[in-house]
Design a protein around this ligand. Structure first.
Ligand SMILES: Nc1ncnc2c1ncn2[C@@H]1O[C@H](COP(=O)(O)OP(=O)(O)OP(=O)(O)O)[C@@H](O)[C@H]1O
Length: 541
């Protein structure tokens, strides 16, 4: 396809087709960023009312395709049509919005505005010089939300919404522009199991009303639950498009990776249990964090990976962050190898040997305008040169090792971290935590946004830390993350309610995370307490 950029953006002016034309059809799409080929002659076709998954490893080109499909970036070559019509000109935002909408993992909602204001941003009044009629705006917003069955108050502040409510508002806003095609780019990354179920119910509802979806996720089970068709990209190219029902899990993973895989969990199953006389490396005693946990105690021994499991409101993330010095406990102590972590002090946690993979790489993880090398070495600048200096050569060689060790896909260490794909950014965050050679690694949802093979890779790295005589605490509600653990402690509403040794069954752990104690009992769980006896009102992250 030899179209110019303009032709790519306008689709070449073909006449409108009938109603059964694909809602979106992209062919021959190529895109380069400097020396990096992000897409090579790629294609995708989404038919009306279809739920179509796009999957691929980190850096495969998915987000680049999304930016082209939503008019954020022009393709270098290729043709794009919506319902048989040429795509709008780049920059004609309203025209693009009427064709396609995108709900990103990162919110596009403005926190300080109300829901109504967000819904009608830049279209509050009837014309540039007309005053905004607030009452009318609110009524229109209420009507819109009710129309799409979104149970959110129009005058609520956006910052007070949960992730799930925020996504529903974004979907309602997208549909209100007239689009019948919505792209969901990793929408479940920040939701817990119940939130995901509710989102999927809503999507199925909308699908019945004729809305088509392009769904991007690294959770392949979600693809099987929600989608009818799947497209796989690998190394910037289209590999296959097939009905989901005809493609088994292994075949799908093989299409994504180009090879067959053994899971990290499979490698854990046959290892000997951690010795009970192994020294305790992490000791948490009687920890109380207002609104997050009460009187929580746990230990992690040398050589052990412990999973601190729990849904969004369980308080597990706050406990993990507190071990790393991010919050000051009201009561209780945390020690690493017998040395106390000073409450609420990150330097103290670092000094005793705690490494942290934080939950949100955008907020806590990365400095966007700095290079991969600088980000990967932020925690170890003291090792990069004498007397507080940082030697560029040492930074570079340190970074080279990290890039190789963690299989980070980047043109080089000097590339700004913002130019990496999401999953590769997450690997830089992990690299940074590992750089200090921590005694205790606290990894909060460490594989968030990471593709299926890199996920195995990261989990294996965490296992290796323990195998080298250190300790790891994985804080997560992802069963795949928890499967590499020697032992699980499950939290529900601020309390440890159950403990499982290896060999647990998914449904028992899920039941414990959801606070269904009777199902968790007699299931390999021990030390369970009554989760409903908890009195704390607000919990969690
Ligand atoms: N703004 C940019 N500048 C330079 N390179 C970029 C830019 N955006 C993306 N790339 C590169 O293009 C390639 C494709 O990236 P893209 O973000 O599309 O991948 P992805 O499939 O969405 O990955 P992930 O699953 O990790 O989000 C990667 O090699 C990435 O580093």
């Amino acid at each position: 396809m030899a179209d110019t950029t303009t032709a790519a953006a306008t689709g070449g002016g073909h006449p409108a087709a009938g109603n059964d034309a694909p809602v979106a059809e992209a062919t021959g799409i190529s895109k380069r960023f400097g020396a990096t080929v992000a897409l090579r002659d790629a294609r995708i076709t989404i038919t009306p009312g279809e739920s179509h998954a796009l999957v691929g490893r980190n850096g495969a080109g998915k987000s680049t395709l999304v930016s082209i499909l939503t008019g954020l970036r022009p393709a270098d070559t290729g043709t794009l049509r919506f319902s048989g019509e040429a795509a709008p000109a780049v920059g004609d935002i309203d025209a693009w919005r009427s064709k396609v909408a995108c709900v990103y993992q990162k919110s596009t909602i403005i926190q300080d505005l109300t829901v109504a204001e967000n819904l009608f941003l830049n279209r509050q009044s009837d014309g540039p010089l007309r005053p905004i009629r607030w009452k009318q705006l609110r009524a229109r917003a209420e009507e819109l939300l009710a129309g799409y069955g979104v149970d959110v108050k129009a005058d609520a502040r956006a910052r007070d919404l949960t992730v799930e409510q925020r996504q529903f508002v974004e979907i309602a806003r997208a549909l209100s522009f007239g689009a019948r095609f919505i792209i969901l780019d990793e929408p479940t990354a920040k939701l817990d199991a119940r939130g995901i179920n509710r989102l999927f119910d809503k999507l199925r509802d909308l699908q019945r009303q004729g809305v088509a979806f392009l769904f991007i996720s690294h959770h392949l089970q979600e693809v099987y639950d929600l989608c009818t068709t799947v497209t796989v990209y690998r190394d910037a190219a289209h590999i296959l498009t097939a009905p989901v029902a005809e493609l088994g899990h292994r075949a799908l993973v093989e299409a994504m990776t180009g090879e067959s895989t053994v899971t990290a969990a499979e490698t854990v199953e046959n290892r000997p249990p951690v010795r009970s006389d192994a020294p305790e490396l992490l000791t948490v005693e009687h920890l109380t964090l207002p609104g997050a946990c009460e009187d929580l105690s746990l230990t992690v021994r040398a050589g052990e990976v412990v999973g601190l499991a729990g849904a969004a409101a369980s308080g597990n993330v706050r406990v993990g962050e507190t071990v790393a010095g991010l919050h000051r406990p009201e009561q209780g102590t945390i020690s690493v190898g017998g040395r106390r972590v000073r409450g609420g002090s990150v330097p103290s946690a670092l000094a005793v040997g705690v490494g942290l993979v934080p939950e949100d790489r955008h907020l806590q993880g990365l400095v966007n305008n700095r290079s991969v090398a600088e980000n990967a070495t932020l925690t170890v600048t003291d090792q990069l040169g004498p007397y507080g200096t940082v030697l560029p050569a040492r930074t570079r060689s340190f970074a080279r090792r990290m890039i190789r060790d963690l299989d980070i896909k980047t043109p080089g260490g000097s590339t700004p971290v913002s130019e990496l794909s999401g999953g590769n950014q997450q690997k830089v965050v992990v690299a940074r935590a590992l750089a200090t050679d921590p005694q205790v690694l606290v990894a909060i949802r460490p594989t968030n946004g990471v593709d299926v093979r890199s996920k195995e890779f990261l989990l294996r790295r965490i296992r290796q830390i323990a195998d080298g005589g250190k300790a790891a605490l994985i804080v997560s509600d992802e069963l795949d993350d928890l499967k590499v653990c020697d032992r699980l402690v499950v939290m529900f509403h601020g309390r440890a309610v159950a403990e499982f040794d290896r060999g647990w069954k998914d449904e028992h752990v899920v039941a414990a995370m959801e606070g269904v104690a009777d199902r968790a009992e007699n299931s390999g769980a021990h030390a369970s307490a009554d989760p409903t006896s908890d009195t704390t009102e607000e919990h969690g992250r």
